[in-house]
Design a protein around this ligand. Structure first.
Ligand SMILES: [Zn+2]
Ligand SMILES: [Zn+2]
Length: 98
């Protein structure tokens, strides 16, 4: 799975989920998590209802893998498991591209 921000296929602990469709759009690699998410966010005010950078409506949410499960069903679609919590960080489309 490619990182939503930098496009690399590398280690990740979070996935990027479209808040409206619920579709997994990619991963958030550990570099982007450290430099972008943790570098800008105020951990005490992170919540799924506001972009962690600008406070706007988030487009993407970045839940942590609870357990990394990617399984293919018979149709070949990859199922990913994640859990959204109140403290799951999110970002708007603009901040995601910064
Ligand atoms: Zn990345
Ligand atoms: Zn934003």
């Amino acid at each position: 799975m490619d990182c939503l921000r930098c496009g690399r296929t590398t280690d990740y602990e979070r996935v990027a989920v479209d808040r409206f469709s619920g579709a997994v759009e990619g991963s958030l690699c550990t570099d982007c998590e450290a430099n972008w998410l943790n570098g800008h966010g105020d951990a005490t005010s992170i919540s799924l209802v506001a972009c962690f950078k600008c406070g706007d409506q988030p487009k993407f949410l970045f839940p942590q893998w609870d357990s990394i499960v990617e399984s293919e069903d018979s149709a070949g679609a990859v199922e990913t498991e994640y859990r959204i919590q109140l403290t799951t960080p999110g970002s708007c489309a603009e901040c995601t591209e910064e």
